[in-house]
Design a protein around this ligand. Structure first.
Ligand SMILES: Cc1cc2nc3c(=O)[nH]c(=O)nc-3n(C[C@H](O)[C@H](O)[C@H](O)COP(=O)(O)OP(=O)(O)OC[C@H]3O[C@@H](n4cnc5c(N)ncnc54)[C@H](O)[C@@H]3O)c2cc1C
Length: 432
């Protein structure tokens, strides 16, 4: 892989501001370096430890970290990234996924938990979380999904009960499919202090503390994500690790979880778009004279990917403007995930009957992209979210003001399409 291929280069025609152009140019120069280690990571996900000096690893850490905690990075990186924004993160996700998605997910850094921290943490909690991240390469996790509660995350059962001496809490339960769970040092766990959706809390966790157990789950694709099963065995949580303690119940755990999912969902879609374009460019590299019906099939997919890409950045901009529409974000993520799968199927077809044997990168990518369907909510759940948005008349922007995620109805619909569908249980007042 050299620089961008022709399909990725097409995306650079979209008008953009000066800072985004700088970030884009930076990503273009560093993404290619992820392709080879990505192949290694597929065989040995722990090999990420040998690649921590890659600029792409530093970039990820940088772009999700508040400016006052950023360390290292060259002057060019500093110019390319000012504040933390959903648009910047989506761009980084798209561009680095063009190199390798597994490397993106395997890298240390603030990850999903940073959005929960931004939404809920007080100054001291932010200093604890980001201060630790600034010290050395640190992996983090976001623990929402539970066995049997993937699409119904608001029904989670992990409990937070008062510690016997009345100071602090005990955290007990199980989480599953948690990215980087078994190698993380810090993270956020969603748990239940009381029945009902507003009984959900979010706590900061240090995985070195007693009561933390994590094991890796076997993965067919996207092995760098290191999804893990976690057991929380009466883990002691000091009082100052409860996030959003001073807030009303409706603005605490569930609110933080939904803000996190809304914030990161455009970037999952961006990962899928980045891989889609990598696959299209791979086909063009290996069949440079592709023509006729075959070329038309590829062009059709490229056209559709450009439309989805525009939706991704529109969704990310809405998140940054505090006007996220959960239905549209879910639809965008679902479309992008489907497109990436379609791209690998088409590539396998266009490169010939033995393509998955002859092209190890394509074979790996073919496995990797299946994960997008599950990350941040499955297609069925998002389809239902689209339906709900259409029924409510707020799916299309022209129908009225976009939902504010701080608004209860937006949360309800976000939950309905969350990694967690809260499906009705996000309605305040419903007894569990
Ligand atoms: C690579 C990867 C990384 C992940 N990282 C994290 C992480 O860091 N933190 C975290 O908390 N979670 C994480 N997850 C978990 C992810 O959010 C869940 O896989 C997802 O929410 C789906 O849950 P599930 O796998 O239990 O599927 P299920 O909920 O069991 O769904 C199985 C099938 O049933 C369908 N289905 C379920 N309910 C309904 C319904 N009501 N109507 C119609 N169809 C339905 C689904 O669409 C799906 O097809 C990750 C997953 C992956 C693949």
């Amino acid at each position: 892989m050299g620089d961008w291929g022709p399909v990725a280069a097409l995306t650079e025609r979209d008008p953009t501001d000066a800072e985004t152009a700088l970030l884009n140019a930076y990503c273009r120069d560093i993404a290619a370096a992820l392709r080879a280690p990505g192949m290694v990571l597929d065989r040995d996900p722990d090999a990420i430890a040998e690649h921590l000096d890659l600029p792409a690893v530093a970039l990820q850490n940088h772009v999700l970290m508040p400016a006052e905690y950023r360390r290292g990075g060259d002057a060019r990186l500093a110019r390319a990234v000012s504040g933390v924004s959903c648009v910047s993160w989506a761009l980084v996700a798209e561009r680095l996924a063009y190199g390798d998605t597994g490397m993106v997910l395997a890298s240390p850094g603030p990850s999903l938990s940073s959005a929960a921290v931004r939404a809920l943490a007080d100054d001291a909690q932010q200093a604890w979380f980001y201060g630790r991240l600034a010290e050395r390469p640190t992996w983090t996790f976001f623990g929402l999904t539970e066995p049997g509660k993937g699409s119904a995350a608001a029904e989670l059962e992990t409990t937070l009960t008062p510690a016997p001496d009345g100071v602090g809490w005990l955290l007990t339960g199980e989480k599953t499919y948690i990215g980087n769970g078994a190698r993380a040092q810090l993270g956020v766990v969603l748990c239940r202090r009381a029945p009902g959706p507003w009984g959900i809390e979010a706590v900061l966790v240090d995985t070195a503390d007693a009561g933390w157990h994590a094991e890796l789950l076997p993965l067919v694709g996207l092995r760098g994500s290191r999804i893990s099963r976690i057991r929380l065995d009466g883990m002691y949580i000091p009082p100052d690790r409860l996030l959003g303690a001073g807030r009303p119940r409706s603005r605490r755990g569930l609110h933080g979880a939904l803000r996190t999912l809304l914030w990161f969902r455009p970037s999952v879609a961006a990962l899928a778009v980045g891989v889609t374009h990598a696959v299209c460019d791979y086909v063009l590299e290996h069949r440079p004279r592709l023509g006729g019906g075959d070329r038309a099939r590829l062009d059709d997919l490229i056209d559709r990917s450009m439309r989805v890409r525009r939706l991704v950045y529109a969704a990310a901009a809405e998140v940054d403007a505090g006007a996220a529409n959960a239905h549209r974000i879910g639809a965008t993520k679902m479309s992008a995930a489907r497109l990436a799968e379609e791209a690998t199927l088409l590539a396998a077809d266009l490169l010939g009957p033995a393509s998955l044997r002859e092209h190890p990168w394509l074979e790996k990518t073919y496995r990797d992209v299946r994960a997008f369907e599950f990350m941040e909510g499955t297609g069925n759940i998002h389809r239902r979210g689209v339906f709900q948005g259409l029924l409510r008349g707020n799916f299309f922007p022209a129908d009225g003001p976009a939902d504010d995620p701080a608004d209860g109805s937006a949360e309800d619909s976000a939950a309905g399409s969350a990694s967690g569908s809260a499906e009705g249980s996000a309605t305040p007042g419903r007894a569990d």
